[in-house]
Design a protein around this ligand. Sequence first.
Ligand code: 1HN
Length: 374
Amino acid sequence: MITQSPAKEGAVAAPKGPREVTAELKAEREKFYADLPKYQLGALWNVLDDALTPEPRIRSVPYLWKWSEVRPRVMRAGELVTAKEAERRVLYFLNPGLPPEKISAVGTLYAGIQLILPGEIARTHHHTPAATRFIIEGERAYTTVSGERTLMKKGDYVTTPNWTWHDHGNESDKPMLWLDGLDVPLVTELDAVFFELFVERTGNEVQPVTKPMEDASHRWAKNLRPTYQRHAGKFSPILNYRWDDCRSALQALRDDTGSPFDGIVLEYINPNTGGPSLPTMSAYLQLIRSSEHTKAHRHTASTVYHVAEGRGYSVIGGKRFDWAEGDTFVVPSWSWHEHASDGGEAVLFSFSDRPVLEAFDLIREQPLEAGYQR
Ligand code: 1HN
């Protein structure tokens, strides 16, 4: 029997003092809980500990994909499936800590390796997830974004903002491979995925090229702006951040102290805001100098790293991952990480969901007091 029985239905008085949980009350509660799902209701006090954890409970784990294992499989995919059949021929990275239906390399970030063979095209489409591309191999294949075509070279960083029409093609005689990075898991979680083929809208498989080559670079990437024009998008107007420019900027700053956690690190910025190149993802190029070993820290941004040059290792969550050119590895949110070169110097490309965490005041960072893990 519940002792404080309500005087009438709907008016319940708070019990005075601690209440005794009798076997009878327990049974009443069980009955009550068992009935709630029928009404699509849940009792918060039974799940609160799971919902509000003292620190993030992260399912993504640190992981490294070796280029020597990935490349042959991507090339094999090129023998088995055409770019036309696949729409986009990509092998994507699956974080081993996540269920396979989550197409996530880490946290909110998708990553994969795309292959375009000589003579192939990947027809025009657009979608609300945004894309970053870092060119790994090949030369002179193109991407067209919003009517502007850019010929891509190894080391270039190319952006494809949310809902911009884009397609790729390879008119060279060599395969073209690049790292795709998208915010697909984030946009999916936000229930905001839209996708459309250009052919459905216009009857044409491929969008027309309407702008001159390097138009965006001349217009927005030279510390100048046409006074009669403003760039309206929330993303960087620069389509292709060239490897030679970015690599030589790193080189020029090599004698700086740099960041204790990242060495010499440069962000690819939106020249209109000084902020990230895309509103949901920031991208970086960093130099780990010869014999440099950065200090460990952690932050709530998740990061995908790609080794652009050299070799070395990172200690992530207490575990050592040795890397070499072409490898891709991930650092989940709130995981301690530090980087070291191995003999010579190394260059890492990376992209992260930091802008999202910054926008909502969710970014936290912490240095490891001991400096290094282990
Ligand atoms: C996409 O549209 C591309 O356009 C690459 O090259 C990878 C992964 C998920 C969803 C869309 C591309 C993608 C993608």
